[in-house]
Design a protein around this ligand. Structure first.
Ligand code: FDA
Ligand code: NAD
Length: 434
């Protein structure tokens, strides 16, 4: 089998890979030096589009419209861009074996790739209900969403089940974004999740009450405090019913599952240090193995601001960590140094006419401010998180670009706030004056 050799190889062709390629382009890369090896059949794209406009019946997003780096307002890197730069895009190629000591990767088809420097950017895989043996979970039309092929499958099934019934399993990011997208497609949507309120990883009960109310007004039914324990299928093997732990049975033509992700690190098990489920890196995304970097969802990195080490599964970090790693690689070659990664966590989501942003850390006491009436024509509300007398996190629904900038600044500056009643009263104006 043919063997190919590159100075730099990025394994994975998602968000981080795309932003890393752009940074290599900026810093200077010679033709033939860099290869991106991706399981997916398309050049790197902005993954967040898949759970939003990709699924809309109108104003639909399709490639090449959302290749990186349009999601952050940057240049769109079409396949031709890689060709012009001499960056090899090796698509539809899954790496099944990685030998970090021998600096060798092997694809499912048996191709061998050698590298001098490796960037691991394999992202996450969805957790499947079949992983924990949920009865009937392999029925047809029980769908997941991670990659563009999954989204295409979903689009096809939505078209075939007009006005059908959908059950969404999970109340996190996928659950909230997909239930909105499918409702916009005029499907009958019911969400099911085990927690007392949606998105408990981030939302307080007060924040969640707004979204649950808003979704209910849009016709999304919500069943909390229980899980799907089994599925019944028809004679074609297509899902027909969802059995809940509390005994209820829901009709379903489509089931979408969003019960979390798992960083894809199995290829490197035992070869590199891991921490918190990811590959441990330093502030330059260098792993414990020399010449091997890890970025995006798979990296567990030092979060300078909180003097902690963390893993982040969001697009802003995927972009920035990739840029940091490439800058570190290039500066190292030139005998120079760069600043350590000093990341301020930034998460966002959009659904229906809503849009929120969150910056910082959601720890300590939370206060809620603003108009959080789900029936309000222009709801605008937020939360601050206060720890040790300082504001450490801020959330805002419906903010303008300037207001979002203001809450980002609050989370970075961490101003003191002793009187929580006053903070609630001041609301957004507190952030705007920092
Ligand atoms: P990413 O998943 O982007 O890329 C990994 C790539 O590696 C894929 O191309 C995969 O095929 C490939 N790969 C894996 N194993 C391989 C192997 N063995 N061989 C070859 N290739 C391999 N975040 C946010 O902040 N706001 C948002 O709105 C959204 N929305 C959103 C929607 C959906 C549907 C998903 C799934 C995720 C989001 N996210 C998000 C999260 C965000 O997209 C995510 O954190 C980044 O895509 C992570 O970037 P990575 O490059 O680490 O992985
Ligand atoms: P998540 O961790 O956000 O949510 C998982 C949810 O699954 C939990 O909140 C819980 O409600 C539910 N759950 C867990 N076990 C369950 C069970 N047995 N039955 C029913 N529900 C169960 O994960 P996700 O929503 O699947 O998202 C997957 C990945 O994609 C994550 O990395 C996420 O960050 C990313 N993503 C991010 C965005 C965004 O940032 N806007 C959007 C989409 C996806």
């Amino acid at each position: 089998m043919a063997e190919k050799s590159f100075k730099y190889v990025i394994i994975g062709g998602g968000v981080s890979a795309g932003y890393a390629a752009r940074e290599f382009g900026k810093q200077g890369v010679k033709p033939g030096e860099l290869a991106i090896i991706s399981k997916e059949a398309v050049a790197p794209y902005e993954r967040p589009a898949l759970s939003k406009a990709y699924l809309f019946p109108e104003g639909t997003a399709r490639l090449p419209g959302f290749h990186v780096c349009v999601g952050s307002g940057g240049e769109r890197l079409l396949p031709e861009w890689y060709k012009e730069k001499g960056i090899e895009l090796i698509l539809s190629t899954e790496i099944v074996k990685a030998d970090l000591a021998a600096k060798t990767l092997v694809s499912a088809a048996g191709e061998i790739f050698k590298y001098h420097i490796l960037i691991i950017a394999t992202g996450s895989a969805v957790i499947r209900l079949t992983d924990f043996g949920v009865q009937g979970a392999d029925a047809k039309n029980i769908l997941y969403l991670r990659e563009i092929d999954d989204a295409d499958k979903l689009v096809e099934v939505i078209k075939g089940k007009k006005n059908g019934k959908v059950v969404i399993v999970g109340g996190g990011y996928i659950g909230l974004e997909l239930s909105a997208a499918l409702r916009i497609n005029n499907l009958d949507v019911t969400m099911v999740y085990p927690e007392p309120w949606c998105m408990p990883r981030l939302f307080t009960a007060g924040i969640a009450a707004f979204y649950e109310g808003y979704y209910a007004n849009k016709g999304v039914k919500i069943i909390k405090g229980t899980v799907a324990v089994g599925f019944n299928a028809d004679s074609n093997g297509e899902v027909k019913e969802v059995k809940l732990k509390d005994g209820r049975v829901l009709e379903a033509d489509i089931v979408v599952v969003g019960v979390g992700g798992r960083p894809l690190v199995t290829l490197f098990k035992g070869q590199v240090e891991e921490e918190k489920g990811g590959i441990k890196t330093d502030a330059f995304f260098k792993t414990s193995v020399s010449d091997v970097y890890a970025v995006g969802d798979v990296a567990t990195f030092p979060m300078k601001l909180y003097n902690d080490i963390r893993r982040v599964e969001h697009v802003d970090h995927a972009r920035k960590s990739a840029e940091q790693a490439v800058k570190a690689i290039k500066s190292n070659e030139e005998g120079k140094t760069i600043d350590v990664y000093d990341y301020l966590p930034f998460f966002y989501s959009r659904s229906f006419d809503l849009s929120w942003q969150f910056y910082g850390d959601n720890v300590g006491d939370a206060v809620l401010f603003g108009d959080n009436d789900p029936a309000s024509p222009n709801p605008k509300f937020g939360s601050y998180w206060i720890k040790d007398g300082k504001v450490v996190g801020a959330f805002l629904e419906g903010g303008s670009p300037d207001e979002n900038k203001a809450i980002a600044k609050v989370a970075r500056v961490q101003p003191p706030a002793v009187n929580l009643d006053l903070l609630t009263k001041e609301g957004l104006s507190f952030a705007c004056k920092i």
